[in-house]
Design a protein around this ligand. Sequence first.
Ligand SMILES: [Zn+2]
Length: 951
Amino acid sequence: MEPLMEDEEFSIREVVLPSLIPVVPEPELEREDGERRRGRDVIIAVDHGPNSKHAFDWALVHFCRLADTIHLVHAVSSVKNDVVYEMSQALMEKLAVEAFQVAMVKSVARVVEGEAGKVICKEAERLKPAAVIMGTRGRSLVRSVLQGSVSEYCFHNCKSAPVIIVPGKAEAGDESIAFDRTLSVRKSPSMAEFAELEAQDGVRMPWNIIPVATTKDHQPIDSEIPVSAIYTPLAPSTSLLPYAPLRCRTCRSVLNPYSVVDFSASTWGCPFCFNRNPFPSTYSSISDTNLPPELFPHSTTVEYLSDSSSSSSSPPPVFLFVVDTCLFSDELDFLRSSLFQALDLIPDASVVGLIAFDSLVRVYELGFPHCTKSYFFHGNKDCSKDQLLDQLSFFVKSPKPSSGVIAGVRDGLSAEDIARFLPPASDCQFTLHSVLEELGSSQWPAAPDHRPGRCTGVALRIAACLLGACFPGAAARIMAFIGGPSTLGPGAIVSRELSEPIRSHKDIGKDSAPYYQEAVEFYEKLAKQLVHQGHVLDVFASSVDQVGIAEMKVAVEQTGGFVVLAESFGHSVFRESLKRVFQSGENDLGLSSCGIFEINCSKGVKVQGVIGPCASLEKKGPLCSDTGIGQGHTSAWKMCGLDKSTSVCLVFEIAKRETADVVLQSQINQFYFQFLTYTQMVKRGSGLQLFQEDGSWELKTYRQELTNGFDQEAAAVVMARLISFKMETQPEFNPQRWADKALVNLCSRFGEYQKGNASSFNLPSQLSNFPQFVFHLRRSQFVQVFNNSPDETAYFRMILNRENVSNSIVMIQPSLVSFTFNSQPEPIPLDVASIAADRILLLDAYFTLVIFHGATIAQWRKAGYHHQPEHQALVHLLQSPRDYSDTIINERFPIPRLVICDQYGSQARFLLAKLNPSSDGNGPFSGGSNVFTDDVSLSVFLDHLRRLIVH
Ligand SMILES: [Zn+2]
């Protein structure tokens, strides 16, 4: 640890706390002893993380007394960055309110620039407090090494006051964010702050200050990266309000901290449409010292509990299993045992059903207790809901209604009939078990030169029709387990002749995949049906062949379903992922269903669309842009299935303004977004202010402001989603050229340089890692699709399209951590130069984790040194990366593949493929063109970028 520098200067901004905190009454002096009368100063180090909050809570309950003063200290990368400052301010306000409400103590707050450890020690020296209280991030190896440094630093260096370190409480979801934040070398402090914003509101935007011009001297920033947001609707929220939201009468937006409240007239002005709304009588006691929680300045994310959810219990979830039986018997055994495990975890109240298929589809009557009873359907013919109900004898006892749509027990069907095929899990445990036991491999084995007849499409259609008839609008999932390509009926992707290969990217690109278009159209129709019914399609594909994920993508993605791709049903990627779906507790996925997502924006902002797991509700209006991206031309979307991590990417368009109207301009210089998500259980609204702009700024200041608000990780992730989308929908799109253009455009606008002098080129810290992200994005599976099958590409993109920024950035630029005898695990550059014989490396490429033993360590292990008592250090070294990878595996869905390999071993390719080929040994770069060649090293890439820009 380096000693504290006594003379170091710290930039400071005091935080003005809101007036809604009443003045602390003076303590009754006579009855207090000396110390208590004086009150003590207590420093609490805060950040946006859960452990800091935990330490704060601990301090309020266990340490602070009346008349104490809490000094909240937040260390940041720059006090001049307004985006960062406002985030801090919001946090401090919230804590100050809480400190007063819980412990009746007053707070003062400071934002200080600098390294957290030093900042806190310096403040302690200044205030000589009774204690310095701070959180830690737990005691496990991974966390203490990568995150404990601040508390450790203070513990050793703070001479002015005792340091109390409050151990963090283990919360899986929180950890993953914090973990990722400090893990990687590539993140500058400001990125950590954006990650905190993501943890707080579930939102990240590339442009936190929106690039528009208000005077003609200001050129609008015309970037390839649009104004956009990655939003995680069900990210943990802070406040849950037990009443319904108050809405604007004109535009239906929800009351939020940016509403202008007139206390005397008891009205509020809507920041979106500027309409004035009266407060209802329930708000009659409102005043500037008595605000409802949704108006607190920090209440940017609020959750409302609607009346309906508390009065009526929500219907049980429905799981309809669709099982491929064209499997080798060992694969079928693996699948069977996983299904048994899943059934053990399913809540008793849920409803289950079973459909099996090969060249025929069998629908099982699980409600029939005496023997196995099933109904057969031909696999080469599509089936309608009416045909299905007729064949399943739904109208034997009660006649079919002559008109109208059949919709469960409410309309046309009897509960008894429904329970024949979809009974409560508790009622059919035995039948379901015995049916699964009896499931044999396909009765009609294929000829040697043929693929088995597999009618995946018809099986899924029948499942959709059954759910649509019996449980429309309920939380129902079709869970399909597929072991090979569909070869029969609608949705087939290849013929049964083995001589005909399954389509490749090349075939699809050349339009020579004869089944592709028709299959996609079939799944588009299925998607429409499922979205209409509110049901989810999950696909668990386990096959060495392709099964048709590329074709099914539309139906899975639009319904918010899961996709898991593994080589075998025996593989942990499948087994553990399926288990996780049903697991409750710490690593619960937080499944939610029947969500609707809506947005409100200020005038001047239009929405182009959403890239992510949702479907358009076709709510058209002035908010919709003429150009559509992804699910576009709407301002509301249906999310049939969503969970805690589901993240959508919203793409906006900032309208050009030609108006000279000063009043209108000042109104539209402030942009607001409000995201509203309704799920079957709760409503959640989020109002978020994102924009400050003053038309009188000089161009330079303006650029500086834009830079401060630039989130390079969010920008890279938005680029990855856009590139994937464009590659799928625009045949002529050149992803490398587009990425290069975006990069060069941004770097030449925001970089500092002297013309013609490449070495003078310098990027501000907010962009410093952006070129590296683009370099890795160009090499990633999202762009280099020809290294993968169409199924794999579809799989990677579907996961990218549903994860948040912290997770997605690992998919783009994997992280690498080194483990050695002599030092703590540390993140190291993703470069072949990082390989060493006496090191273990852990690569996190999101879908795959690789533990790579250097040659010497592999040798020692093979010689069995770790079994000898004198080599405990080796035991520890071998175990560390395993503990580390376990932490990651426990937090991720689908479960990543773990590869353990040795230097020079064949599996080492999993690591080598992701590493940057160091600068040496590469041929000279063919300069001059705007397009970079593909296999250059990072340094050549950056060098060329510099030369191109200063040119
Ligand atoms: Zn309004």
